[in-house]
Structure formats: structure tokens, C-alpha cells
Design a protein around this ligand. Structure first.
Ligand code: SAH
Ligand code: SF4
Ligand code: F3S
Length: 443
């Protein structure tokens, strides 16, 4: 009989892209993906280890699922993703309601593993690979809006930022065959998709070696942009140490490559950046910001930042605030430092900033960023943007929302417009998170 699989995803965009690969591997073997956890035979939880609270959330979820299992004794639970990689033994030993544990490079083994689990075994596969990219697998977009999609272009990371668990959970960096990437973009476009986001932990170090010469990230992006001028291209994440002028020039040459760069700064202090093993200085980072403004004057810039890394002083923290004032980010993901086992920091540094100080510093950054984002958005009032319509606004189905090239959300009256098409929208108002506008004729 056909077995139902329910997939639940936590963590970063890469994990969401991986879940769609898992969906493809399992549907090919006759499993059915279900949106109803109550009807499922297998619950697959694709997990994240980036901060301690991400893992705590999964442990809590496992406790909740125990209750579900008493109602549905046939239900088998599997842990996938970064936590599976990091905690394979602990999960197998301490979580008796977990039947299988699968690391990010072992998803092709899932059909065999699910068969073993059905036969009563508990199994774990967590070997990392230096080659696996799942390049030949066309993801099943089981939870998609049919308009925007992720395309994974590389896996792993070997930057070993001192605080970060990703190199340990995802293994060595490897790039995917550009032909399969462009093929996937083309197939998405033909199915009606209008935006793809190329994903990697450090997309600037994408490189494919072939007999006809190497393909680097700017070249790859140009190829994807050439699929159609109606297909928007985004990417994440860029590491500041590798953000090249050639990437910015390529972006400038293609209007459908979106004017938005996510450039995680992590800290504004030279001492902290060095201790974090980021391989750039605040001066270098600001030089890259100047280069973005030079080549792409209308580009939005977003970032990630960590408050309270090992040994961070008040002065280091002030330098981060100063960086935020100088760059004026359009959006920021802001985090309290969370010590992760096995990282360089865990082995060699002390988590010596008290939690209340971390919280206070984080709040200061959040408050400053809130002001800057609102001021930035106010400057958009009166401008007209091309918007890709994604769907009904969360507040009212008489309104639609979409994004401009800068990735800002704009809400406007529905009229006779349809999701998946482009419209010109003039901004008439804003909050710190959203622009409000009205549809206009082409400017
Ligand atoms: N590859 C991306 C980031 C991946 S993780 C890059 O290099 O920019 C996403 C973000 O989580 C990081 O940018 C960082 O800001 C944050 N992060 C990573 N490890 C963390 C930790 N131990 N504590 C708090 N935040 C962390
Ligand atoms: Fe982590 Fe640094 Fe790699 Fe990003 S670049 S995933 S922060 S080690
Ligand atoms: Fe989390 Fe793994 Fe992504 S640790 S942020 S799911 S790479």
C-alpha cells in the first residue's frame, strides 16, 4: 500500500531546498507527500543546528509528536538535516521515538531506510560526501506558490567561521554542474515560475571545472538570467571577503538580476571579525558597500549580525552600531551569540559576555535597525517599482502583495491583477517592514 510522508522543515533556505529534493527522491519511489500529519506514516523533520534555541525547538517538537504517536501507532519519525548530522548518536540513544536519522548528504538512501524502518528497524546514515550535489534530481515543489523557487547551486562550507556549526553539519564545499542549474531554471520558467533564488553558503566561491573552461558565479548567474528577461534571479549568501566587482558588473548588465545583496557583516569591530575568522576588516567591508553603491545605485543591502561573541567589549559593540549607521541596511537578521559545540570558539574561546549584556546589545541593534529601515522605506514614497505579484495580502484578500527588485514587500489593491504577473506600483506609504502603494501605468 502507498505510504504517506509528511515533511516539516526548519532552518535556512538550503534546508527548504533540500526538503524538495527529499520530496523528489521519495515520490520517485512511490511514496506520497501529504499535507496532513494525521494521515502520515512517516514524519520527516528537517532540522537546524545553527543556534541552541533552534535545536531546543526540535526537542520540543519531538515531545509533541509523542502524543500524536499514541493516537497513530503506525507513525514513524525521522530526523534529517543539520541536527541529524551533529547529534546522530544522541538522537539514536536518547530519543526512542525517533526511528531514523539521516544527514544532509545521505538523502538518496531514504527509500531503503524507510523500507527498513517499516520492517521494524531503527537506522542512521550520516556520512558526509565531498561530491554529492543532488544535481540530477529535479526537486518536487510540494509547498510552492508556483511563482518563486529556490535552486541549490552548491553545498557545504569550509570557511570555518569560529562561531559556526555549518562546516561540521554540511561538510566540504562543492559546486553543482551549471547545466543542471540552468536546466532547472528553464524548466521552472516554463512551468510559470518568475523568480529563482540561487542558494549556497558562499555563492561567490561557486566554481565548476570542465574541459571547456571553468564557470564562476558571475558567469553562472548570467546564464540563468538569460533563460528569460521575465525570470528574476536572486542569490544568497555572499561572503564579504569574496564579493567581486565582476559580480556587481554582471548584475548591472542584467536588469532581471535583482537589486538586492545579502552581505552578512557579523560585527563592525576589527577585533571581533578577526576572532570570528571572517577574513575581512571593517574597512574592506565598507569598501565592498561602496562598490555596490557604485555599480548598482538602487541596490538594497541586507545583513546578518551577531551580538555578544566571545570577548566582545562595549567598544566592539559600539563599532557594530557604527557600521549599521554607516551602511543603513534595508533589512537585518540579528542574533545573540550562541556557543556551538565543536566549533573553534567552543574549543578555544570563552563565552564570556553575560546573557543579559548580549540581550541588551541585541536590543540596541534591533532598535537602531528599526529606525533605519523606516527611514529607508520613507525615502521610497513617490517612487514607482516593477513588482512581481506573489499572492493575496495577509491582511485582506482585496489586496495583493509582491516584491520589487530590491526584495521589499509592497501591498496594493487587487484590481484585476493576478499573482505570477508583473505590475508597476507607486509607493504611497510605508511601515518599517512593508511598502504600501497603488498600481500605475508603466512609468
Ligand atoms: N553562510 C552564511 C550564513 C549562514 S548561518 C554566511 O556566511 O553569511 C546564518 C547566520 O546565522 C550567520 O550569518 C550568523 O549571523 C548566524 N549565526 C551562525 N552561527 C551562529 C551562532 N553560533 N550564534 C549566533 N548566530 C549565529
Ligand atoms: Fe558558517 Fe561562515 Fe560558512 Fe557562513 S561562511 S556557513 S557563517 S562557516
Ligand atoms: Fe541551520 Fe544547517 Fe542551515 S545549521 S542554518 S539548517 S545549514
Amino acid at each position: 500500500m502507498e505510504k504517506n510522508v509528511y515533511i516539516e522543515t526548519y532552518g535556512c533556505q538550503m534546508n527548504f531546498a533540500d526538503s524538495e529534493i527529499v520530496g523528489a527522491i521519495l515520490t520517485q519511489e512511490g511514496y506520497k507527500l501529504t499535507k496532513s500529519i494525521d494521515e502520515s506514516d512517516f514524519v520527516l523533520i528537517n532540522t537546524c543546528s545553527i543556534r541552541d534555541n533552534a535545536e531546543q525547538r526540535i526537542h520540543k517538537r519531538l515531545r509533541e509528536l509523542r502524543a500524536l504517536q499514541t493516537r497513530h501507532p503506525q507513525l514513524r519519525i525521522g530526523i534529517l538535516g543539520c541536527m541529524a548530522e551533529r547529534l546522530q548518536h544522541q538522537l539514536m540513544e536518547q530519543e526512542d521515538n525517533v526511528s531514523f536519522v539521516v544527514g544532509p548528504d545521505a538523502y538518496r538512501k531514504l527509500p531503503v531506510m524507510l523500507a527498513q524502518v517499516s520492517a521494524g528497524s531503527r537506522v542512521a546514515e550520516t556520512e558526509l560526501s565531498t561530491e554529492e550535489t543532488y544535481g540530477d534530481i529535479e526537486p518536487v515543489r510540494y509547498d510552492s506558490n508556483g511563482i518563486t523557487a529556490y535552486i541549490s547551486i552548491m553545498r557545504g562550507c569550509q570557511n570555518f567561521c569560529a562561531y559556526c556549526v555549518v562546516p561540521y553539519t554540511r561538510g566540504r564545499e562543492r559546486s553543482r554542474d551549471p547545466q543542471t542549474i540552468v536546466g532547472e531554471a528553464r524548466s521552472l520558467y516554463e512551468q510559470g515560475y518568475r523568480e529563482v533564488t540561487l542558494l549556497g553558503q558562499n555563492v561567490n566561491s561557486y566554481r565548476w571545472h570542465s574541459g571547456e573552461g571553468d564557470v564562476d558565479f558571475p558567469q553562472l548567474m548570467a546564464r540563468v538570467a538569460e533563460v528569460s528577461p521575465l525570470l528574476r534571479v536572486r542569490f544568497a549568501t555572499s561572503h564579504p571577503k569574496d564579493l567581486s566587482d565582476s559580480l556587481l558588473q554582471t548584475m548591472a548588465a542584467y536588469p532581471n538580476i535583482c537589486r538586492c545583496i545579502h552581505l552578512p557583516v557579523q560585527s563592525g569591530s576589527a577585533t571581533m571579525l578577526k576572532r570570528m575568522n571572517r577574513h575581512y576588516t571593517p574597512e574592506w567591508y565598507l569598501n565592498r558597500i561602496d562598490a555596490i553603491r557604485h555599480y548598482l545605485p538602487d541596490c538594497s543591502i541586507t545583513t546578518d549580525v551577531i551580538a555578544g561573541f566571545c570577548g566582545e567589549t562595549e567598544e566592539d559593540h559600539r563599532a557594530t552600531l557604527e557600521m549599521f549607521r554607516k551602511v543603513r541596511y534595508d533589512y537585518a537578521y540579528m542574533f545573540k551569540f550562541s556557543m556551538r559545540p565543536d566549533t573553534y570558539a567552543a574549543k578555544h574561546l570563552a563565552d564570556d559576555v553575560p546573557d543579559d549584556v548580549k540581550t541588551h546589545r541585541l536590543e540596541e541593534i534591533i532598535a537602531l535597525q528599526g529606525e533605519v529601515a523606516l527611514e529607508n522605506n520613507r525615502k521610497e514614497i513617490g517612487k514607482t517599482f516593477e513588482v512581481l505579484i506573489e499572492g493575496a495580502s495577509h491582511r485582506s484578500d482585496k489586496q495583493l502583495f509582491g516584491r520589487n527588485s530590491q526584495n521589499k514587500v509592497i501591498v496594493f489593491d487587487r484590481g484585476s491583477l493576478q499573482p505570477g504577473t508583473y505590475a508597476y506600483v507607486k509607493v504611497t506609504g510605508c511601515t518599517s517592514a512593508t511598502l504600501l502603494g497603488e498600481v500605475v501605468d508603466k512609468p
